[in-house]
Design a protein around this ligand. Structure first.
Ligand code: BGC
Length: 748
């Protein structure tokens, strides 16, 4: 009887095996994974856990399992590169729609925009035959010098966690995996390959991990990218605590961990500590390319040798293969995968809509008493002067791995010219300053010749002369994607705007009070001229539709509704990470300590005015937080509109908060209502207040809507490092509602 049973089981198993369950699109994924795994040889298993080219990893040709094709990310689909090099391949059918950068997306404070973004970029990835999109990025904005902040979603864990989820869902709805990056603590570019980060567990869990956690637990991200840097002395791409304990153990991640390109450096750690797919080792395109380079990957021949010598078993390997197969069945062998579309009208509209909602009106005064505010530009305006390199410079090329070959990029000047023509207005352009004249990245060129040999004094004189003749002056400057600006691989060298822009702005403001400063950047910057200029717009890097979106806002076709995803402090010294000298940033001997602990962004700005430093111990380290010397120039969450809103008196009944918002002006507009929790005298160190929820609401002129917020235990908790658990703070607390971190009311 027993024999018969065994025989039947073996027969059933062989039927199942020969039935090739893995090819059956309707079979549950886990069955497909096990079936495919059981058919694979050791060599095939080793092959699928590392790259075969710059951006692809092989499948199992013998079994008809296709490989994976990855692409950057996160703002559009990167141009095809050569098999083994970073250089573009020179195809003519691989240009894409460039979507706004992720700081702009975060500035919309609108999860619907994140969903639209994810779906749109997912469709582009599909059309281009990609299975894994290397993005979105959710590293927290710790210092305004970080060259990659433009690829991330700002300083606040609640905002970035809320925005990342629909982005991931939108991409994956299309059968393309999002690869959330860079896990974790890649908060600066300087020394990113060697830096070891030290921080308290509370800061880790409360500030730096929530967006990743939300992407995994709520967004169900199918892949995640390890960061280049180290934490607790171990590289993030094979960091046991991060990948095994937290990601898989605490969050239940069932996707694949992909290394950052060239982020792996140790075979034993890579085997044991949760890495699944290795990319970019040896052939980083910057050093030498070798014919057998992919065999030399840490998880290639070196791994195989260890197995053959019995130094390691195959348990870890099978786990990695399962994770990679699962990724393949979710993406390249996903039966519901469509064909996608590239550069469609719908994608252009999506890019424009996201940029429209992300542009932030920071300041909008009247140029003189009794006059209208500078913006929107009055229809009667006849002579518009546009000044500044960023009005013409193509920004989608450059900045590092997020550089794109956009099918088109409408510059701010083109957008303004197109729109001004409808009003019969004349647009004059003068350069004003010369910044970066480069226009090439990995063989993709803008084709622009931005050379101009004139001195700064000559350029300023020309601009001032023109400003005197104009009805309105639009200065368009900021940062760009050159090294040490908003770019990967190196941080900014200064907090101030480069290229003598400060002098130029002041000179223009003195020549013509009817002026607006429009800044394209992914970072905050010093504004020594702030009082001199009546209007200021934060316009990010907005991709293909840059010019249209900016003109939409400047001319009032769209009422601005973006709010800052980070705090703008007057000086670098006013940021918490810059309070502690080199050890706080950029690090000493490859060590950087997050000595400001929880007090990042507005959590630090909120200490302004406190007489004494905060002193406490966490994880055995002493923390001293000196309050900032200045208030923010613009608070986190700040953003103006061309209409006015009134937030009614908020009331609380049980766990429900209710507030009415009314549009009291004459234009339709959108307001962002933000809910913060402010603990009273807590027994533990807590920030003054923390964002816990927000809603964006659209209102016609005169319209009023009621918003409801539900208070949950999760909003009241903090991370107790000793217990290694989230704990609901038993102390009393206030609920604050408002429209910016510095503009809130207490809910009674
Ligand atoms: C970047 C990643 C990127 C990868 C592939 C790395 O240098 O840090 O964000 O996805 O390159 O281009």
């Amino acid at each position: 009887m027993k024999r018969f049973l065994l025989f039947s089981l073996a027969l059933a198993a062989s039927i199942v095996l020969s039935a090739q369950v893995y090819l059956d699109p309707n079979a549950p994924i886990e069955q497909r994974v096990e079936d495919a795994l059981n058919r694979m040889t050791l060599n095939e298993k080793i092959a699928i856990i590392h790259a075969q080219s710059k951006f692809s990893s092989p499948g199992v040709a013998r079994l008809g399992i296709p490989g994976l094709w990855c692409t950057d990310g996160p703002h559009g689909i990167r141009a095809e590169v050569k098999w083994d090099e970073w250089d573009q391949a020179g195809w003519t059918n691989d240009s894409c729609m460039a979507f706004p950068t992720l700081t702009c997306l975060a500035a919309t404070w609108n999860p619907e925009m994140a969903l639209l973004y994810g779906r749109s970029i997912g469709e582009e990835a599909l059309y281009r035959g990609k299975n894994v999109l290397l993005g979105p990025g959710v590293n927290i904005y710790r210092t305004p010098l970080n060259g990659r902040n433009f690829e991330y979603m700002g300083e606040d864990p609640c905002l970035s966690a809320t925005m990342v989820v629909p982005y991931v869902q939108g991409v994956q709805e299309k059968g393309v995996a999002a690869c959330v990056k860079h896990f974790a603590l890649n908060n600066q570019e300087d020394g990113r390959h060697v830096m070891n980060v030290t921080l308290s567990d509370r800061a880790l869990y409360e500030i730096y991990l929530p967006a990743f956690e939300a992407a995994v637990k709520q967004g169900k991200a199918w892949s995640i990218m390890g960061a280049y840097n180290k934490i607790w002395g171990q590289y993030c791409c094979h960091n046991h605590r991060l990948l095994v304990d937290i990601l898989r153990g605490e969050w239940g991640f069932d996707g694949a961990v992909i290394s950052d390109w060239g982020g792996v450096s140790n075979t034993d750690e890579a085997i044991r500590n949760g890495l699944d797919l290795e990319f970019g080792s040896w052939t980083d395109g910057l050093t030498e390319g070798r014919s057998n380079s992919y065999d030399m990957y840490y998880m290639a021949q070196p791994y195989l040798k260890k197995i053959r010598k019995d130094e390691v078993g195959t348990k870890e390997l099978d786990e990695k293969v399962r994770n990679v197969l699962r990724l393949i069945f979710r993406t390249s062998m996903n039966p519901n995968r469509g064909f996608g579309s590239l550069c469609s009208e719908a994608h252009a509209q999506a890019a424009r809509q996201i940029a429209d909602e992300g542009i932030v009106l920071l300041k909008n005064d009247a140029p003189k008493k009794k006059a209208q505010p500078v913006l929107p530009i009055a229809e009667s305006t006849k002579k518009i002067l546009v000044v500044g390199e960023n009005a013409i410079k193509q920004m989608t090329v450059g900045g590092g791995s997020s550089s794109l070959k956009a099918q088109y990029e409408l510059s701010p000047l083109q957008g303004i010219q197109e729109r001004a023509a409808k009003n019969g207005a004349e647009v004059q352009y003068v350069r004003g300053y010369v910044g970066d004249i480069g226009g090439e990245y990995n063989g993709v060129t803008t084709g622009q010749d931005l050379r101009d040999e004139r001195s700064a004094a000559e350029l300023i004189a020309e601009a001032v002369q023109a400003a005197k003749q104009a009805d309105v002056v639009l200065f368009i400057g900021g940062l760009n994607k050159a090294d040490h600006q908003d770019a990967e691989g190196c941080d900014r060298l200064q907090y101030g705007l480069p290229y003598a822009q400060n002098e130029l702005i002041s000179a223009l403001a003195a020549a013509n009070r009817n002026m607006a400063v429009i800044i394209l950047s992914g970072n905050a910057y010093a504004m020594p001229w702030l009082r001199e200029v009546p209007a200021l717009v934060q316009a990010w890097f907005n991709g293909s539709e840059t010019g249209h979106a900016l003109a939409d806002v400047l001319f009032g076709d769209v009422n601005p509704s973006g709010h800052l995803p980070f705090t703008i402090m007057p000086a670098l010294e006013d940021f918490a990470s810059h309070q502690y000298g080199a050890i706080g940033y950029p690090g000493v001997n490859n060590e950087v300590e997050y000595k400001e602990d929880l007090f990042v962004g507005y959590r630090y700005a909120d200490l302004y005015g406190q007489k004494k430093p905060l002193r406490y111990t966490a994880d055995g380290r002493e923390y001293v937080i000196n309050p900032p010397a200045h208030k923010p120039l613009f608070a986190f969450g700040h953003g103006l509109s061309y209409t006015t809103f009134q937030l009614g008196k908020a009331t609380r009944s049980g766990n429900t908060i209710r507030v009415a918002v009314k549009n009291t002006g004459s234009r339709a507009g959108k307001q962002v209502v933000q809910l913060y929790i402010a603990p009273d005298k807590s027994g533990v160190i807590r920030p003054v207040k923390e964002l816990k929820a927000f809603q964006k609401v659209a209102l016609e002129p005169g319209e009023e809507k009621e918003l409801f917020f539900t208070l949950t235990d999760e909003m009241l908790r903090y991370f107790d490092a000793e217990k290694h658990a989230w704990v609901v703070d038993p102390s009393s607390y206030k609920v604050l509602l408002g429209t910016a971190a510095d503009n809130t009311q207490i809910v009674k």
